[in-house]
Structure formats: structure tokens, C-alpha cells
Design a protein around this ligand. Structure first.
Ligand code: KIV
Length: 267
């Protein structure tokens, strides 16, 4: 059933059936189209946009307007996958009103079907307010890149008894608040296993091991766009950067030498 439209109900169905959920990020239309054609369940317009595409040094610089702009493009490439917009830093932290208004923008202006929010028990009021407006919410606990200034960097979360207990409580509160699924980022696999067994909603892991109900990765990471250090949990399924560089160098060399354009490519 590769062409059946994925809805929020499919997340629960897959949790029950044990079929793994697949999710990738996209920030533009052509990439979204390829991902959709490949049969991926859900596309996340992540605030990783800032670091992956816009060249920022942190996701905290990404604005709501930038997210909307890219989510619109992604929408145009998707007909089957479930589309989720990632609420950027300061789009929901200040008030329930901000949270509902900005989640509403994702739906109304970009055609997203759900939003993702970072945070645990402290953020459940926001989540309930957004769901109350009719917008499904994907929770996100463990490493929360928007809070790295508070937590002191990008590191594995929930490694000791106290913090792992807190993480379990956070995930349970997100389920109680009505999230349809929860992202677990950079947590030990045994902790992710415990949380996955405890929740009736699916867990989507990123750096959280093999026991989660699904996996999400940044598409540019799995394509091998970046040659600098990549975290241990990333698997590169392609090495696209040298291919692009070769093509660009060939274009340059053929243009400079007069090989391109030839007769065949001229009117
Ligand atoms: O911004 C993002 O891309 C994300 C994930 C990959 C979970 O939050």
C-alpha cells in the first residue's frame, strides 16, 4: 500500500502491529518528492534547517517565517507522507497563545498536518493548548537542541538513575498530554526500550537505538552531504558531496575548455 495517504492514525496502528515507522527531514520540494516517492511515512521540516541548509551555528537562530517558507516548499513535494512542522525556538516558549498561533501558521500557511515541540513535563500546557486547537503534536525529549545553552552541549541524555527517571516521567506526561508520538533523541538504547514498552504511543528514535517504534534522521546526514565529524548514530547511505563536487568541477572544466555546450545542446 505504498500510495495510501499516511494520517495521524497510522502511528498508533504501527505501534500496535509492530511495523517500524520511518521519518526523514526535508527542507525543499525536490528532496521532499524523492522521500515521498520512496514510501517514507512522515516528513519533518526540522529546525535543523538552520544548521543543515541556512548555515547557522545553532537551531536557536531559526525563525518562524523561515520555517513556514521551507515547509511550504516541502508541502509541494508531498502527496502521501504525513507532514510535520518543527516549532522553532521562541515560537512556543513564552505563552500558550504563541504556541497555538504559530502551530496554526504551520497548518494554515504551509499545509502541515502536525507540529513537533521540544520539552517534557514543563511544556504539557502548551501541548494541550495546541491539540485543543485541533493540531496533532509530536513530542520530543532527551537531547533538545533548542536548550543546549541550558544543558551544556550536545550529549547523550538519561545516563544516570536520576536523569533517566526524569526522562521516563517526561515521556509519560507527553503521552498524557495527548501527543500522538514522541521523539527520543540521544538516549541510551536500554532507556529507550523501557520508554517504548511503557508508552501506548510510538517512540521515534534518533540516536536512541533499535528498540524504538520508529526512526528519524536528518536526510542530508544519511546522504553524506557533510565531511566533518558526524555523530555515532548517523549511518551514511550515500556519499553525495564528492559526487556533487565532481559534477561541478566537470561543468567548470568543460565550460572553460569550450567542450560545453556542444552542437547537441545548442538551438
Ligand atoms: O530538527 C530536526 O531535524 C529534528 C530531528 C531530526 C528530530 O528535530
Amino acid at each position: 500500500m505504498k500510495n495510501k495517504k499516511i494520517t495521524v492514525l497510522d502511528f498508533k496502528k504501527k505501534k500496535v502491529s509492530g511495523e517500524k515507522i520511518t521519518m526523514l527531514t526535508a527542507y525543499d520540494c525536490p528532496m521532499a518528492r524523492v522521500i515521498d516517492d520512496a514510501g517514507i511515512d512522515a516528513v519533518l521540516v526540522g529546525d535543523s534547517l538552520g544548521m543543515v541548509v541556512l548555515g547557522y551555528d545553532s537551531t536557536t537562530k531559526v525563525t518562524m517565517d523561515e520555517m513556514i517558507h521551507h515547509a511550504k516548499a516541502v508541502r509541494n513535494g508531498i502527496s502521501r507522507a504525513f507532514l510535520i512542522g518543527d516549532m522553532p525556538f521562541m515560537s512556543y516558549q513564552a505563552s500558550d497563545e504563541d504556541a497555538v498561533r504559530n502551530a496554526g501558521r504551520f497548518v494554515q500557511e504551509s499545509g502541515c498536518e502536525a507540529v513537533k515541540i521540544e520539552g517534557g513535563k514543563d511544556i504539557t500546557a502548551r501541548i494541550k493548548a495546541i491539540i485543543g486547537a485541533g493540531i496533532p503534536v509530536l513530542g520530543h525529549v532527551g537531547l533538545q537542541p533548542q536548550s543546549v545553552n541550558k544543558t551544556g552541549g550536545y550529549r547523550v541524555q538519561g545516563k544516570d538513575a536520576l536523569s533517566s527517571g526524569d526522562l521516563i516521567k517526561d515521556a509519560v506526561e507527553l503521552e498524557k498530554a495527548g501527543c500522538f508520538a514522541v521523539v527520543l533523541e540521544c538516549v541510551p538504547k536500554e532507556l529507550a526500550k523501557k520508554i517504548t514498552a511503557r508508552l501506548t504511543i510510538p517512540t521515534i528514535g534518533i540516536g536512541a537505538g533499535m528498540f524504538c517504534d520508529g526512526q528519524v534522521l536528518v536526510t542530508h546526514d544519511i546522504l553524506g552531504y557533510f565531511s566533518d565529524h558526524t555523530p555515532k548514530f548517523i549511518k551514511k547511505y550515500a556519499n553525495i558531496a564528492p559526487l556533487i563536487k565532481n559534477a561541478v568541477e566537470s561543468f567548470k572544466q568543460e565550460t572553460v575548455s569550450g567542450v560545453f555546450p556542444d552542437d547537441e545542446r545548442s538551438y
